[in-house]
Design a protein around this ligand. Structure first.
Ligand code: DX5
Ligand code: ZN
Length: 214
């Protein structure tokens, strides 16, 4: 089954509860956390996750674009995150393992994320520890960028790793996903699609979510 995770980075932050209700036909709420260091932008953090938690029954898919996520993963779990993904570029292997273990110990789903320049093989040290792997299809930091179709071989390679080594693991893509690029992601093995601008700019949001799901 294909899951859709609208990114609230494209929502109206002055009307966040309304905009979360508008995506109730989706599968996850994707929450982009940026620290101004790991990526050249600052977005939202722990208090916002805590505030939106009671507004929806959908799982919160928290994408941490922060340096050394091990410092904060437990606080995001306590604030109500259900899935917490950490970039492999954001710390040492040892500290990333510790972050994933902390998320698991909180009863939540740990995941890892790869930036576009990071090879598929970077997932291998963590593949047996994660419930989700996220492949960026844009450089992280901003919504509304162009989909990088050249990430598809990486998605295919990671689909192969997952099928062989951790078949329950989800494979998510993030960046530039719209009705034209979603089928490409699905054909290459992704099963969770993040979409910010293409969902929030749609006239009919439930119809757009259904269209992306295919
Ligand atoms: C980018 C974020 C994405 C972003 C996607 O750093 O991780 O989740 O919101 O936005 P669109 O779908 O507009 O590319
Ligand atoms: Zn994201």
């Amino acid at each position: 089954m294909i899951k859709i995770a609208p990114s609230i980075l494209s929502a109206d932050f002055a009307n966040l509860e309304r905009d979360i209700h508008r995506i109730s036909a989706a599968d996850y709420v994707h929450v982009d956390v940026m620290d101004g260091m790991f990526v050249p932008n600052i977005s939202i953090g722990i208090p916002v996750v805590k505030s939106i938690r009671p507004t929806t029954s959908l799982p919160l898919d928290v994408h941490l674009m922060i340096e050394q996520p091990v410092r904060y993963v437990e606080q995001f779990c306590d604030a109500g995150a259900d899935l917490v993904t950490c970039h492999v570029e954001a710390d040492t292997e040892e500290n990333l393992r510790a972050a994933l273990e902390k998320i698991r110990a909180k009863g939540k789903k740990p995941g890892i994320v790869l930036k576009p320049k990071t090879p598929a093989s970077a997932v291998l040290p963590f593949i047996d520890m994660v419930d989700i792997i996220l492949v960026m299809t844009v450089e992280p930091g901003f919504g509304g960028q162009k989909f990088m179709a050249d990430m598809m071989p990486k998605v295919q390679t990671i689909r192969g790793y997952i099928d062989a080594m951790n078949p329950g693991c989800e494979l998510e893509v993030d960046g530039g996903v719209d009705p034209a690029t979603a089928p490409i992601c699905i054909a290459n093995g992704a099963n969770v699609l993040v979409a910010g601008s293409s969902v929030y700019q749609a006239e009919d949001i439930p119809a757009r979510i259904a269209q992306l799901r295919g």
